[in-house]
Design a binder for this molecule. Structure first.
Ligand code: BTN
Length: 321
């Protein structure tokens, strides 16, 4: 508490604020003030300490600390229950535990590093420190189980909109949810559903965002197919700004989906769709076939036209463009 107050006082001071003034305001000793300043520096805040003048904030922490994110959050639900970790095995795992204990809709788990990050189809998601944003959201939509997969499509649209706002880059989406820049993947989305009978109880939407990775930060085998926002923009991207923009876009899109259904998101998805009209290969289970990417339907299923001109609905599988 004292630390939060010290940070606020240093942030709000027009210039330097003396140790004496801080100790008077907070009713603690000057050495206690100093200990908090040391701890804040360890959290990434650059605080100047001058023997005569006192303390001054040179720059805020670039980390996704609650003290940086919460005061700037514009959403009503998403992210308001905020859990930040320097390291976790997997944010999806932690979010699931919180959801089981009754965590409210919008609960957000963010980690700076994952030691056992999970991807789709049982793959690992390598999640090194100081590169990406690894997060999971608890959502509790009152919808039938059949609509749950639409949340993944919706999340990819929201993330594209956030990237466009923050970086000016123009990402594309490969069905169902791969977000691409220069044809390479810049994020992965893993949605896990907990349902009872036909109704969704809760969803965990996990996203691994490749933000400030350099080439060497990716495992060698994914280097040819992965990129990051920093690599594409040619500069470091502000993770806090990106996270805030994403949560705002997702809340707006999610609320529209809850009230108006998937049709409202479909247009936005199609506007960013990669490979429309192009030949594709579909791998669904043991079956592989060629077709032409036509569209997605009102429910989010992929529409693929085969060589005889017949259109097929694809509900799951991998698509290669
Ligand atoms: C994919 O295979 O494309 C999906 C990858 C999803 C990775 C994210 S990182 C945050 C969350 N926690 C996990 O363990 N996985 C997801």
């Amino acid at each position: 508490m004292a630390r939060t107050q010290i940070l606020a006082a240093i942030k709000n001071a027009p210039s330097y604020i003396s140790g004496e003034e801080l100790s008077r305001q907070l009713q603690i000793s000057r050495s206690a003030v100093w200990k908090h300043v040391v701890a804040l520096r360890q959290e990434g805040y650059e605080i100047e300490a001058h023997t005569r003048l006192g303390y001054r904030l040179r720059s805020a922490s670039p980390r996704l600390l609650a003290s940086e994110v919460l005061p700037r959050l514009t959403t009503k639900r998403l992210g308001q229950n905020y859990h930040f970790f320097a390291s976790l095995p997997s944010t999806n795992r932690t979010a699931k535990e919180l959801a089981r204990q009754g965590a409210p809709e919008g609960t957000l788990v963010v980690a700076e590093e994952q030691t056992a990050g999970r991807g789709r189809l049982g793959r690992a998601w390598v999640s090194p420190r100081n590169c990406g944003i690894y997060l999971s959201l608890v959502l509790r939509p009152a919808v039938p189980l059949g609509m749950a997969a639409q949340v993944t499509l919706l999340t990819s649209v929201s993330y594209c909109r956030a990237i466009e706002q923050v970086t000016g880059l123009k990402p594309m989406i490969k069905w169902p949810n791969d977000v691409l820049l220069s044809g390479k993947k810049i994020c992965g989305i893993l949605t896990e559903v907990h349902a009872e009978m036909e109704a969704v109880n809760y969803l965990i939407v996990g996203i691994g965002m490749n933000v400030n990775h350099q080439g060497a930060d990716f495992p060698e085998e994914v280097r040819p197919v992965a990129t990051s926002l920093a690599l594409e923009a040619g500069k470091t991207v502000d993770s806090t700004q990106l996270l805030l923009a994403f949560l705002a876009c997702l809340e707006a899109d999610y609320d529209r989906w809850l009230s108006d259904g998937f049709g409202s998101i479909r247009e936005q998805w199609l506007a960013r769709a990669a490979g429309l009209g192009r030949p594709v290969q579909i791998v669904a289970g043991q079956r592989q076939w060629q077709g032409r990417l036509a569209s997605i339907d009102e429910e989010g299923a992929l529409l693929v036209t085969d060589t005889d001109g017949a259109t097929h609905r694809v509900y799951s599988g991998e698509v290669s463009i």
